[in-house]
Design a protein around this ligand. Structure first.
Ligand code: SF4
Length: 439
C-alpha cells in the first residue's frame, strides 16, 4: 500500500543548541510518519527554527521567515526569536504559528493542526539514535537547558529560563545510542556545562549496573568509557573543573576545553557579571597544563564592551599573551534587545571596536602560529571529516568542528569520514596543520 506522507520543510538557524532542538523535532516528526525535506518545494508546511541572540542573527531569522513565506507560504516559526511573537506577527502576519525555544510539544501540536499526520503503523521506524543534522561521525549531546547566570550582555536566561539538567542516565543512554549508531565524537554542549546537575542537586540515577550522579566529573568520567571522542564545550573555570583534567591526561576525554572567558580586565568582567571570573585564571591554566601538557584551550572574547578603556583593552592583550590560548574567537560588542548591558554608560565607538578586534586577532594569530609550529614533527590523532580526490580533511584532538582549524592530509584518500588516524605533522600555519598518515 502506497501511503502519501506529509512533508515538513525545515530551516534551522542559530547555535549548536538550536541545532539539537531541530534534531529533536525532526526525530519526533519522523516517528509520526512525516517526511522531512530540505527544500520549500512540495513541503506542506515549513518550520523555521530561529535565533534571536544578536541583532545580526535576528535579521537573518526574519529574512529566513520572509523567504520561506515567499517560496512556500505556509510557515511555522519556533526557536529563540519566537519569544518575540509580536515582532514576527507585525512583519509577517501570514505566519501560521509561533512558538519559543524548546517548546517541542507546542511545535508538534501546531504542525498537527495545520498538517495532520498520516497514520500508518508500518511507517518510519526511528533509529535508536534519532535523526541528526550533523554528519554521521559526530553529534552534539545536550546535557542541560537554560542558565542560572545573569551576564549583562546576554538574554539567554530570559529566553531559555533557568538551568534544567537532564538526568545522568538519560544523557548516557543517548550518548550510548549515538555511539552504537556510528558516532565517533560527542560534543557536549549546554549554556554552562560545568554547572551540570546543580539544579537537580546532583541527582543519582541508574546506569548499567551502577548509580551515577548528575555531576560534571561523574558524567565526563562515564562518557569517557564509551570508547569514542568526548569534547567539552561552554565550560566555566569553576574549581571543580580541575577534576576533569586528569581524565584528559589519561585520554578518556579529549584534552580540549572551550571556556568563554570574554575578557580579562576585572572591571569589565564585573560589569559583564561573568560567572567564575577570578584573578587566578592564569595560575589555573598553568596548573592544568602541568597536569595535561596536551591540553588545548579555546575561548571567545568581546571587545568594545561599554566602559572598556584603552587600559582595559591593553590588559586583555597582555593577558592573552601570557595565557597563550590555542584557539580564540572574538566578537565586537553589540547591544542585544532586552539585555542589561544596553543601559551601561560609555559606549565604545564602532571604529574603536573595529580596531581592537583586529589588534586582538593579530595578537592571537601570532600566538596560534607559534603554538601550531611546535606540532611539526609530532604525531597527532585526527578524525577524518571529508575525503576527496586530493586527500582528506581531518581535525585533530585540538579542533572542534565548525569553529577550529583543520588537518589536511594530502594525497591520502584511503580513508573515510569518521576514521581516526595517527598523523605526522609536516607543516603548520596560523590555524591549520598539514601532515601524512603515520603508517
Ligand atoms: S553563562 Fe552568561 S552568556 Fe552564557 S548563557 Fe548564561 S547568562 Fe548567557
Amino acid at each position: 500500500m502506497q501511503v502519501e506522507r506529509k512533508k515538513v520543510g525545515i530551516v534551522s538557524l542559530g547555535c549548536p543548541k538550536a541545532l539539537v532542538d531541530s534534531e529533536r523535532i525532526i526525530t519526533s516528526l519522523r516517528s509520526e510518519g512525516y517526511e522531512i525535506t530540505p527544500t520549500y518545494d512540495g513541503a506542506d508546511v515549513v518550520l523555521v527554527n530561529t535565533c534571536g541572540f544578536l541583532n545580526s542573527a535576528r535579521e537573518e531569522s526574519l529574512e529566513a521567515i520572509g523567504e520561506a513565506l515567499n517560496e512556500n507560504g505556509r510557515v511555522i516559526v519556533t526557536g529563540c526569536l519566537g519569544t518575540e511573537a509580536q515582532l514576527i506577527e507585525e512583519k509577517y502576519p501570514d505566519v501560521l504559528a509561533i512558538t519559543g525555544p524548546h517548546q517541542y510539544e507546542a511545535v508538534l501540536e501546531e504542525i498537527h493542526k495545520y498538517v495532520p499526520p498520516t497514520k500508518n503503523p508500518f511507517l518510519d521506524l526511528i533509529p535508536e539514535s534519532g535523526i541528526r543534522l550533523t554528519p554521521r561521525h559526530y553529534a552534539y549531546l545536550k546535557i542541560s537547558e537554560g542558565c542560572n547566570n545573569s551576564c549583562s550582555f546576554c538574554i539567554i536566561p530570559q529566553l531559555r529560563g533557568k538551568l534544567v539538567s537532564r538526568s545522568a542516565s538519560m544523557v548516557l543512554h543517548e550518548a550510548e545510542a549515538l555511539a552504537k549508531a556510528g558516532v565517533k565524537e560527542l560534543l557536549v554542549i549546554s549554556q554552562d556545562t560545568s554547572a551540570y546537575g546543580v539544579d537537580i542537586k546532583y541527582e543519582e540515577s541508574r546506569w548499567k549496573n551502577r548509580t551515577v550522579k548528575a555531576k560534571f566529573f561523574d558524567l565526563c568520567s562515564e562518557l569517557g568509557q564509551l570508547g569514542i571522542w568526548v569534547r567539552l564545550h561552554y565550560v566555566y573555570p569553576y574549581p571543580h573543573v580541575d577534576e576533569v583534567i586528569p581524565l584528559m591526561a589519561e585520554g578518556a576525554v579529549l584534552p580540549y576545553l572551550d571556556i568563554p572567558f570574554q575578557h580579562a580586565s576585572p572591571k569589565i568582567l564585573k560589569s559583564m557579571r561573568r560567572p567564575a571570573a577570578q584573578s587566578k585564571q592564569l595560575e589555573q591554566l598553568t596548573q592544568w597544563r602541568r597536569l595535561c601538557p596536551e591540553l588545548c584551550i579555546r575561548s571567545t572574547f568581546i571587545v568594545g564592551f561599554p566602559g572598556e578603556t584603552d587600559e582595559d583593552f591593553e590588559e586583555l592583550l597582555d593577558w592573552l599573551k601570557a595565557a597563550r590560548l590555542n584557539r580564540v574567537g572574538c566578537f565586537k560588542y553589540e547591544n542585544v534587545p532586552g539585555a542589561v548591558a544596553n543601559s551601561l554608560p560609555d559606549p565604545v565607538a564602532e571604529e574603536v571596536k573595529e580596531e581592537r578586534y583586529h589588534r586582538l586577532m593579530q595578537t592571537q594569530q601570532q600566538i596560534s602560529a607559534e603554538l601550531l609550529a611546535e606540532k611539526i614533527g609530532k604525531k597527532v590523532d585526527v578524525i577524518v571529516d571529508e575525503v576527496d580526490a586530493e586527500g582528506a580533511i581531518a581535525r585533530s584532538v585540538w579542533d572542534a568542528p565548525e569553529i577550529d582549524g583543520s588537518v589536511f592530509i594530502n594525497g591520502d584518500t584511503n580513508c573515510q569520514p569518521g576514521d581516526i588516524l595517527s598523523v605526522l605533522v609536516t607543516r603548520a600555519d596560523a590555524y591549520d596543520l598539514w601532515g601524512e598518515v603515520n603508517k
